[in-house]
Design a protein around this ligand. Structure first.
Ligand code: IPE
Ligand code: IPE
Ligand code: MG
Length: 246
């Protein structure tokens, strides 16, 4: 039975977050340059997007570039930025036709001008779409997200719009870059690394983690469905006992 057939359509995560890792190792195995792995990874993005649309996932957050990734060799960073502009420019009209909304979270000011402009065009073109929210985490850092939320809250308190007593988990979450979105029920990481790598630190507080040894360019739609099936077979207890949630 395929993973898709096993999936319970009544229990689809509303938000799935993915750390797309392993492009470099995949390229190395193929005897190619790292950039080739990143290019091949775009196919896996397509698969995850298609899978999300088929199942009615509302938000798909893809970790495409972390703030720490700026420390990679300059040529690789440039190649990644170029791939970003090219992919967005090429894919945006197709995504638009499918009612997909492109959004981005992260320190976008740090992106080179052409990458930022290409991204902004895609965001603008698709901004009124009501289907899948395809959210790219770019120059993203979970610590940055929390710090910028704290800064914005402090500014609002200084202006007298809010009082310190108003700051709680809900108001805080509303100042994160993911304001208004449900936290990811499922977080997938490819390439077997057992870490969060500064992804959505606050938002992943109670996410189910699915880590596979498959490298990102090898991760296809069937693997995406398999991750969702695995999620559906977890018991989410949120601190309660198993008896309480049964
Ligand atoms: C993930 O693949 C893509 C980005 C971080 C941009 P990597 O480039 O990290 O691949 P590995 O981990 O070196 O194999
Ligand atoms: C995490 O992958 C960032 C992205 C997938 C964009 P990395 O390859 O940068 O993570 P580390 O360095 O192995 O933790
Ligand atoms: Mg990596």
């Amino acid at each position: 039975m395929s993973a898709l057939e096993k999936i319970n359509r009544e229990n689809i995560p509303s938000h799935i977050a993915i750390i797309m890792d392993g492009n470099g190792r995949w390229a190395k195995k193929a005897g190619a340059l790292r950039v080739f792995g990143h290019q091949q990874g775009v196919e896996s993005v397509r698969a995850a997007v298609e899978g999300s649309v088929e199942l009615g996932v509302k938000h798909l957050t893809l970790y495409a570039f972390s703030t720490e990734n700026w420390n990679r060799p300059k040529l690789e960073v440039m190649a990644l930025m170029k791939l970003l502009v090219n992919s967005i420019t090429k894919e945006a009209p197709k995504l638009h036709k499918q009612n997909i909304r492109i959004t981005a979270i992260g320190h976008l000011d740090q992106l080179p001008d052409d990458a930022r402009k290409g991204l902004e065009k895609g965001i603008e073109l698709t901004k009124d779409n009501t289907g899948l929210n395809l959210q790219l985490a770019l120059s993203y850092s979970g610590k940055w997200d929390i710090a910028q939320a704290a800064k914005r809250l402090a500014e609002r308190v200084a202006k007298g719009e809010l009082s310190p007593e108003d700051i709680n988990e809900d108001t805080f979450a509303n100042h994160l870059s993911t304001a208004g979105q449900p936290d990811p029920e499922l977080m997938i990481r490819t390439s077997g690394e057992l870490r969060i790598s500064n992804f959505l630190l606050w938002q992943l507080a109670y996410s189910e983690l699915y880590i596979t040894d498959k490298l990102w360019p090898e991760f296809g739609k069937e693997d995406f469905f398999e991750a969702i099936y695995s999620y559906q077979n977890r018991e989410r207890r949120f601190g309660k006992t198993s008896e309480q949630v049964k």
